[in-house]
Design a binder for this molecule. Structure first.
Ligand SMILES: Nc1ncnc2c1ncn2[C@@H]1O[C@H](COP(=O)(O)OP(=O)(O)OP(=O)(O)O)[C@@H](O)[C@H]1O
Length: 259
């Protein structure tokens, strides 16, 4: 059992919960004192995402997408209301428990990938296992890393290459491997395809959708082309009703069944 989340973990083992993310009456705004920019107000009465459900979130630059993702991953705290992941309200966890919960249950792919440049591909992926409390000397983990990298079409020869020697597309795949190695129930992916050409973008989406099949996936992108991969679409302006109107993207649409 993982520290501080025993009820959640036992539910996870039994597969007894279906809602991966639940948001209730949340409001948030950045501290105006720290910003001369237009102030963003996020207000969400009720929102949830099921296990295995994949949602496409869009909105123009500055509309609050990254802020929303930071609320979901617990790196920002709402001013009011509750965000629960796997039925665990974040507010009930200490900082240490929150870090461990995040490492065990949430995979994040950042816009800039955030790989550790001087570590190898293998070491970057292993770091995620380490933070989740795994015994990284276990040889079986090396097999798991290799398999995942192969699934992501990364050559074995790159295993010991330093992250800062990789192409952008290769870095992106390592970032996905790092996010998926703990088989997270929740996957948060922020603008991952901006550096890819059309062919690489399609192949990336196919692999991501397949590997994230059982995870709740929140996928942020400016690229309307990618909407076709998702049956549920949202625009950030649904969450910012009292902020300036955000142009461009249609309101939520949702299939009855998960993607
Ligand atoms: N730490 C902060 N303090 C104050 N304001 C902030 C902070 N971070 C973001 N903001 C403001 O909140 C708003 C939303 O920013 P955010 O980065 O969430 O938008 P975004 O939709 O992710 O943009 P992009 O697509 O360019 O990444 C912007 O007006 C931004 O200036």
């Amino acid at each position: 059992m993982k520290a501080g989340v025993s009820a959640t973990e036992s539910a996870k083992t039994n597969g007894s919960y279906n809602i991966a993310i639940a948001i209730d009456n949340v409001s948030f705004s950045h501290n105006a004192a720290h910003s001369e920019r237009a102030r963003l107000f996020i207000e969400i009465e009720q929102w949830h995402l099921y296990r295995g459900e994949h949602v496409f979130l869009s909105g123009p630059s500055g509309s609050g997408k990254s802020t929303f993702l930071n609320l979901l991953s617990g790196t920002l705290t709402p001013d009011s209301g509750t965000i629960s992941l796997l039925e665990q309200p974040f507010s009930a966890l200490s900082n240490k428990q929150r870090d461990r919960f995040r490492a065990n249950n949430i995979g994040v792919v950042f816009q800039q990938f955030n790989l550790i440049p001087y570590l190898s591909v293998k070491q970057n992926v292993k770091a995620a296992l380490y933070f989740a409390g795994a015994n990284i000397k276990d040889k079986a983990l090396d097999e798991r890393i290799l398999k995942l990298l192969n699934d992501l079409q990364l050559s074995n020869q790159l295993l010991n290459a330093k992250a800062d020697t990789l192409s952008v597309g290769q870095q992106q795949r390592v970032a996905i491997a790092r996010a998926l190695i703990n088989t997270p129930d929740i996957l948060i992916v922020d603008e991952p395809t901006s550096a890819l050409d059309a062919k690489a973008r399609d192949s990336f989406m196919d692999v991501l959708k397949k590997l994230a099949k059982n995870s709740a996936l929140v996928f942020v992108s400016h690229d309307p082309y990618l909407k076709k991969y998702f049956s549920r679409h949202m625009s950030m302006h649904q969450f910012t009703p009292n902020h300036q109107k955000v142009a461009g993207v249609s309101d939520a649409s949702r299939d009855a069944s998960p993607c």
